[in-house]
Design a binder for this molecule. Sequence first.
Ligand SMILES: NC(=O)c1ccc[n+]([C@@H]2O[C@H](COP(=O)([O-])OP(=O)(O)OC[C@H]3O[C@@H](n4cnc5c(N)ncnc54)[C@H](OP(=O)(O)O)[C@@H]3O)[C@@H](O)[C@H]2O)c1
Length: 297
Amino acid sequence: MKYNRLGKTDLNVSVVGIGTWQFGGEWGVDYTQSEANEILQTAKVAGINFIDTAECYGDHTSEKLIAETLQVDRDKWIVATKFGHHYHDRFDRSQLWTADDVRKQLEDSLRALNTDYIDLYQFHSGSDEVFDNAELWEMLQEQVTAGKIRHIGISIGSNANIYQTSRATEVGASAIQVVYNRLDRVPEEEVFPSCLEQDLGVLARVPLASGFLSGKYKVGTAFTDEKDVRSRHKAEQVQERLAEVERLQREEVPEGMDMATWALAWCLKHPAVSCVIPGCKNPEQVLQNAAAGLVEL
Ligand SMILES: NC(=O)c1ccc[n+]([C@@H]2O[C@H](COP(=O)([O-])OP(=O)(O)OC[C@H]3O[C@@H](n4cnc5c(N)ncnc54)[C@H](OP(=O)(O)O)[C@@H]3O)[C@@H](O)[C@H]2O)c1
């Protein structure tokens, strides 16, 4: 595994991290504590030290499943969670953005993760209107001073959101999380240059294009399980993306290389990207994804 400094922070993140939206139950599987432990333990052995979670992956469910792993070697893990949403039910959330609401969400996340501090606390894909709230950013700085947060991040909703990216340093944030993968290169236009200029860390989310860039789904695949978020994707767009994946598999993936490993290594070629955070459903996927940390394309 290779490691990168996350922007101007003192965090040395593995170039392959792990996304844990899956633990919240919106990818067709409900995880037990021992399944989550096994996935995270496999990640640790493979050299992965960065975990991305959120308040609304279940009602703090993902955070709670991560907590047990953090009880051993807490300081070896870099844990990123998020604020701004309240989970009601599968695919049903509301948003809460006042400084008071977020202060309470922070306490809820610390309790769920059973930790004293969060390494990276991220604005969870809110609008520009809720972003423009000086009181919110001041409150977050107070939490940094109090030691409950080490660094602040912004997970931008649209991958072209230069409004929030360009103001990151101003609001005290040191990392941007954004959708980036071989099917979606929009951040290369404005977001990445701004991140490089401000020395912000970049976390590439959805790096496998929701699993499509693993190459295992062929044109004609329909996602029919209502508990899997992909059943909510537009069917026509899914088919277009799968056709493009088949072309990439033929034309760009080196002979003999696993496509998921290739897709992650492809993201890591961009100098702005600090870390990719593929969601993993089992230990085998963790290992395939971690292999990208050693591949040079
Ligand atoms: N707004 C936000 O801040 C936001 C939004 C979205 C995601 N995120 C974060 O980003 C993370 C990653 O995004 P994502 O999970 O949406 O998409 P992703 O990482 O592109 O895809 C994840 C899916 O790909 C499949 N997969 C993973 N590794 C594989 C492998 N080696 N071989 C074959 N299939 C593999 C798994 O599904 P199957 O096996 O079922 O195909 C897995 O659920 C999330 O977990 C979350 O932490 C944040």
